[in-house]
Write a protein that binds this ligand. Structure first.
Ligand code: EPU
Length: 428
C-alpha cells in the first residue's frame, strides 16, 4: 500500500495533459463484448478500473492487450461465464457487463457492483430496462441473473435520469429485435462516446446526447477502431487545482463545452479562464469570492467535481453552500478537510463552507475516488506536509496524478506505507 505526500504552497505553472475519460472507458470496454471481431480503443486512461475490466474480459474468454493507452480487445471467443464474485465487486462499472453479455449471449450472471460509497446507488432502472426488453432478472445471493429467450425492442421511460441505466439499456438493445426508445435518457458526453463506438461497430442509434435515444436492433456488430473522449472530470480536477494554486496553467486535451458549468463557477469566483479548441488556460486570483453550487445531471455542475470544488472554496472569501442533489451522502471528505483547518459544516445534502481558511497539512484518508482528489487539492493549498492514505481509490480514476501535478510544479510524491501505518489506517 502507498500514500501520497504533498508539501503545500507551491505555485502551479505549465501544461497538464488530460487522459481519456474513465467513465467512457469503463463502458467502452464492456461494449466490445457485443462485437464478433477485434476492437481497438485508443487513448484509454492507465487506471486500475480499466485494468480490472481487462481482467474480466479475459475471464470470459476474450483477449485484452493494453499498452497503457491503447487496448486491442478480441471478443470472438468469449463465453457467457458467470461472474458472481471476485473482481466485479471492485468497481461500479462492472454493471455494464450485464447489458453487454445479455445483448450478446441472452444471458449473464454478474455480481452486484462495488465502487465508491456515496450513499444509496440502486440499479432498479437498469433492471427495469432489461425486463422491458424481455429479460427475466433475479437477484440470487448478491448476484444478478439475467436470461432471455430473445430480446425485443421496447419503449422505456427512465424514472430517474441515470448514466449507467441509459448506457446499459443501449448495450442490451443494440442487438435486440426491433426498435427501442429510451425516454428521459441521460445526456452525458460519455453516453455519446459509447453510442459512437457502437455505431462504428454497426449499431443503429439516434439521439444519444439528447433525452430520447432511438435504437434499431441489428443482428451483428463487428470490430472497429475508436478514439475515446478526454476526461472532463480529470480536466475539471486540474482546473480546480490551478484555480487554487496556479499562476498560469494550461489544461491540454479537453473539450471546453464539457466543462462549461465549472468554467462559469470559476469565473464567478474571480478566476480568469480562456478557452480554445482543445485547451483551457486557468490563471488564478488570490482573492476568490464565495459561490453556491448545486450538482445536477449534465450539463449542470457534475457531482464528480463537487468534492474537489469544496476544497477550493475553503480559500474563498465569504460563505459558500454546496448542495449535492445526485448523491446525498457524498461528503466523506469534509471531516478530513476539517482536520486540515477548514471551516465547513454539513447540513442534509449541503456543505456550508466559510472562508477563507489557511489549510494546514495533516494525515488524512481518501474514502473514495473524488474525496481523494479533494484531499490532493487541499494538500496543494495547505501549509506544510499532508499525507494521504487510501491512494488505491485515486488510482481507480486518475492516470499518473502525482507525475502530472509534479510536472506543473507541485511538491508531491508517493511512498510505501509501513506495516504500522497500514494497521492505523485500517483501524481508523
Ligand atoms: N439511480 C437510481 N436508480 C438506478 C440508477 C441510478 O435511483 O437504477 C440514481 C442514483 O442513486 C443517483 C442518480 O440516479 O442518485 C444518478 O446515478 P447514475 O446512474 O447516473 O450514476 P452511475 O451511472 O452509477 C455515473 C458515474 C459516476 C457519476 C454518476 C453521476 C460511472 C461508472 N460512474 O454513475 O462517477 O457520479 O454517473 O454523474 O460512469 C466517479 O467518477 O467518481 C463517479 C462516481
Amino acid at each position: 500500500m502507498e500514500k501520497i505526500k504533498i508539501i503545500g504552497g507551491d505555485p502551479l505553472q505549465g501544461m497538464v495533459k488530460v487522459s481519456g475519460a474513465k467513465n467512457s472507458a469503463v463502458a467502452l470496454i464492456p461494449a466490445t463484448i457485443l462485437a464478433d471481431s477485434p476492437v481497438t480503443i485508443e487513448g484509454l486512461p492507465n487506471i486500475s478500473d480499466v485494468r480490472i475490466l481487462g481482467d474480466l474480459i479475459e475471464e470470459i474468454g476474450g483477449t485484452f492487450h493494453f499498452d497503457g493507452k491503447k487496448a486491442v480487445i478480441d471478443p470472438s471467443n468469449m463465453v457467457p461465464m458467470p461472474l458472481p464474485n471476485g473482481k466485479v465487486k471492485k468497481l461500479r462499472a462492472s454493471y455494464y457487463l450485464m447489458g453487454a453479455m445479455l445483448g450478446r449471449f441472452k444471458k449473464a450472471v454478474v455480481g452486484l457492483p462495488g465502487g465508491c460509497h456515496l450513499g444509496p446507488r440502486p440499479i432498479d432502472q437498469h433492471i427495469k430496462g432489461f425486463e422491458a426488453l424481455g429479460a427475466k432478472v433475479t437477484n440470487e445471493q448478491g448476484a444478478i441473473y439475467l436470461r432471455a429467450e430473445e430480446l425485443r425492442g421496447a419503449r422505456i421511460f427512465l424514472d430517474v435520469v441515470s448514466v449507467g441505466a441509459t448506457i446499459n439499456i443501449m448495450l442490451a438493445a443494440v442487438r435486440a429485435k426491433g426498435r427501442t426508445i429510451i425516454e428521459n435518457a441521460a445526456k452525458e458526453p460519455e453516453i455519446i462516446d459509447v453510442a459512437t463506438l457502437l455505431s462504428n461497430m454497426g449499431a443503429n442509434i439516434k439521439g444519444a446526447g439528447t433525452d430520447v435515444i432511438r435504437i434499431d436492433g441489428v443482428e451483428k456488430l463487428s470490430g472497429c477502431r475508436h478514439s475515446i473522449i478526454p476526461d472532463r472530470i480529470e480536466a475539471g480536477t486540474y482546473m480546480i487545482a490551478a484555480a487554487a494554486m496556479g499562476k498560469e496553467v494550461i489544461i491540454d486535451n479537453v473539450i471546453p463545452q464539457h466543462v462549461e458549468s465549472l468554467i462559469a463557477k470559476l469565473r464567478e469566483m474571480g478566476v480568469h479562464i480562456e478557452t480554445s479548441d482543445d485547451q483551457i488556460l486557468v490563471s488564478s486570483n488570490p482573492d476568490l469570492k464565495a459561490v453556491d453550487v448545486k450538482t445536477l445531471v449534465y450539463p449542470g455542475f457534475p457531482t464528480d467535481l463537487q468534492q474537489p470544488f469544496t476544497s477550493l472554496l475553503t480559500k474563498a472569501r465569504g460563505t459558500s453552500v454546496v448542495t449535492d442533489t445526485i448523491y446525498s451522502a457524498r461528503f466523506k471528505h469534509i471531516d478530513e478537510l476539517r482536520r486540515m483547518n477548514a471551516n465547513i459544516k454539513v447540513e442534509g445534502c449541503s456543505a456550508i463552507i466559510t472562508g477563507p481558511s489557511q489549510l494546514q497539512g495533516a494525515k488524512v484518508k481518501a474514502s473514495d475516488l473524488r474525496a481523494g482528489a479533494a484531499l490532493v487539492i487541499a494538500g496543494l493549498m495547505a501549509e506544510g506536509l499532508t499525507e494521504i492514505a487510501g491512494v488505491e481509490h485515486i488510482d481507480r480514476g486518475y492516470s499518473n496524478l502525482v507525475e502530472k501535478l509534479a510536472g506543473i510544479g507541485a511538491t508531491i510524491w508517493r511512498e510505501k506505507m509501513t506495516d504500522e501505518e497500514i494497521e492505523q489506517v485500517k483501524n481508523a
